[in-house]
Design a protein. Structure first.
Length: 290
């Protein structure tokens, strides 16, 4: 059974006259990292909000089709319960930080306290999470005094402490520098190791190529492409949906156009190195055979 399954989902915001999401179907298996990509305004954040149940509860409009989490239709699940199944990490960590807690430790404990979990369990869960996310040194700091990157790690920690099986992560690195971005992707690797099912919106295609198992390309709210990241990111169709190639794919396409005999278009650094070495060996043996 899929962890998340969208079945013919369409959605029109109550203030809009045309649908933002159009007949969208795809599923995410347990342990799969599925990246949502598409041009600005193609509907990625709207899909995140539908899966998390914020649409149509907070952002109203007409929603048709169904979303199932572990086989259960979310229209029949209350928002609190859904919050235990799905950890949501927002683009802007300032929105996520509660603002009511004086220390990072309390902030990470907050969700568990709300559930009425006993103090000893909270303590061990928070300690484990602070270790895992590598933020023990921030434990006594006030969350409002942290940098953007530190706040985003605290936001991940608060979500991870609840240990949901599914994560919906909407542009977690858009406000971070390269180091902050790397730290967030270390956390995302950790989630993958723990077999979490993940829907990720991210604009840096190189990172998606490296980490995602599958890619969904949205175009005007409809499914344009869906497949393994190596397949989607090497497709000639990609640019027509306003999605850039990862840099290694872009370089490889240019080399192939220039006559370098590549047997496929690599999308990650390690694959690019292998593919170029194979092309070099092939070129040398062709030259030796002349
Ligand atoms: N609350 C809302 N009410 C009405 N329309 C909205 C609302 N939120 C988003 N939209 C519209 O829905 C469309 C899709 O927006 P959405 O934010 O889901 O796209 P996106 O792919 O995440 O874009 P970006 O890459 O710019 O973040 C846009 O045309 C947007 O203006």
């Amino acid at each position: 059974m899929a962890a998340v399954e969208l079945d013919h989902v369409s959605f029109t915001y109550s203030t809009a006259d045309a649908p933002t999401i159009r007949d969208l179907s795809f599923s995410v298996e347990e342990g799969e990292l599925c990246a949502l990509v598409g041009a600005n305004g193609s509907g990625k954040t709207t899909v995140c909000n539908i899966v998390r149940g914020f649409i149509p509860r907070f952002h109203t409009g007409e929603l048709t089709g169904s979303v199932r989490i572990d086989g259960q239709d979310i229209a029949e699940t209350n928002l609190g319960l859904l919050g235990l199944q799905i950890g949501f990490v927002f683009q802007n960590p300032f929105v996520q930080i509660s603002g009511s807690k004086d220390t990072v430790y309390e902030e990470v404990a907050f969700g568990l306290e709300n559930l009425g979990v006993d103090v000893a369990t909270i303590r061990s869960r928070v300690e484990e999470t602070l270790d895992l996310i590598n933020i023990q040194h921030l434990r006594d700091k006030n969350p409002v005094d942290l940098s953007g990157g530190q706040k985003q790690r605290v936001a991940f920690a608060s979500t991870l402490a609840m240990d949901p099986p599914i994560f919906v992560i909407d542009e977690p690195t858009s406000q971070l520098d390269p180091q902050g971005t790397n730290e967030i992707f270390e956390i995302i690797s950790l989630l993958k190791e723990r077999r979490k099912s993940i829907i990720l919106v991210e604009h840096k295609m190189e990172l998606i190529a490296e980490y995602a198992d599958s890619v969904v390309v949205l175009h005007d709210g409809a499914l344009a492409m869906h497949g393994a990241s190596a397949e989607v990111f090497s497709s000639p169709e990609l640019p027509q949906y306003g999605v850039a190639y990862p840099e290694f794919a872009r370089a490889a396409l240019a080399l192939r156009d220039a006559g370098v005999p590549l047997d496929h278009i690599p999308v990650t650094k390690s694959d690019a190195v292998r593919t170029l070495e194979a092309a070099r060996t092939l070129t040398r043996s062709m030259e030796a055979g002349r």
